[in-house]
Design a protein around this ligand. Structure first.
Ligand SMILES: C[S@@+](CC[C@H](N)C(=O)[O-])C[C@H]1O[C@@H](n2cnc3c(N)ncnc32)[C@H](O)[C@@H]1O
Length: 259
């Protein structure tokens, strides 16, 4: 077995992340550069380091998971969400929505969802489940402190309404924070919530193999409520959605077909 194969197995045992589900070429290249940057000889040598050094292990998980995010990422899609998708779901006589931001990273996406939903519901009726595999990202999300740059796509007035400026950063207000429940979850291994009306999975599937994507489409299908909506990232359109029993309602938005 080559050293990378052994490394993948050891990583899975150590931190329970299965690299086999991530695109091999891309992942191997990324990890190799990390190995070199930290002056290790090879994967074997690097893994010995990971076992001994918690900080090195944190750096590895962080690098691997790629946490970049921003509020209202791809703003035109958030307009579609507000103008077409949410009204479409509400028309089904829903008083509240079950919303899940999967792979939520540092919280920009679930907080954006809450802010958008305030245009439809009182805060007391808004609940968003937000999950990610990365503990450190989740801790940042719970803290809710952001740079001005990450807020630049927000609709007019949102910054003033939902954030408090602290020196050069912006802190999300408590009332918004309270609507989000953050939880650690591995999309590829853990079981999913059910009866979800709106499920976002954005900018993570690009890192997964075809096999992992198929597994996810199926798990998401089971997780969605009847006619629930899956919102994907801007390079993650589903090829042949019918195969997985989804109907495209707008670009990047898919509805669960029930038969
Ligand atoms: C680029 S961020 C996407 C953040 C946000 N959804 C957005 O579009 O801005 C990708 C996130 O996927 C998470 N991730 C990677 N593999 C995962 C897995 N197997 N299960 C859950 N989250 C995962 C990473 O930790 C990272 O926070």
């Amino acid at each position: 077995m080559d050293k990378y194969e052994v490394f993948k197995k050891q990583v899975n045992n150590l931190i329970n992340i299965d690299l086999n589900y991530y695109k091999e070429k891309q992942m191997k290249r990324r990890i190799s550069s990390l190995v070199a940057r930290n002056n290790f000889k090879d994967f074997e040598d690097y893994f010995d380091g990971l076992k001994k050094d918690k900080q090195l292990l944190n750096q590895f998980v962080n690098y691997l998971t790629i946490n970049v995010s921003e509020f209202y990422r791809n703003p035109s899609q958030w307009q579609v969400l507000e103008k077409d998708i949410i009204p479409r779901i509400i028309n089904r006589d829903k008083k509240t929505l079950k919303v899940w931001s999967s792979a939520c990273s540092t919280g920009e996406e679930p907080y954006s969802l809450v802010m958008l939903l305030t245009n439809f519901f009182p805060l007391k009726d808004i609940k968003v489940l937000a999950t990610d595999i990365d503990d450190e990202a989740l801790n940042k999300a719970r803290l809710g402190l952001y740079s001005e740059k990450s807020l630049s796509n927000l609709p007019k007035g949102f910054k003033e309404k939902f954030f408090t400026k602290i020196e050069n950063s912006y802190k999300i207000n408590e009332e918004i924070k309270k609507c989000v429940e953050f939880k650690k979850m591995d999309l590829l291994k853990d079981s999913f919530p059910t009866y979800v009306d709106l499920l976002t999975c954005r900018n993570v599937m690009i890192y997964f193999t075809e096999e992992a994507k198929e597994l996810l489409y199926d798990k998401f299908y089971k997780s969605l409520s009847d006619n629930g909506i899956l919102f994907v990232g801007s390079t993650e359109q589903i090829i042949m959605p019918e195969k997985y029993k989804y109907k495209p309602v707008k670009t990047f938005f898919y509805e669960k077909i029930i038969k």
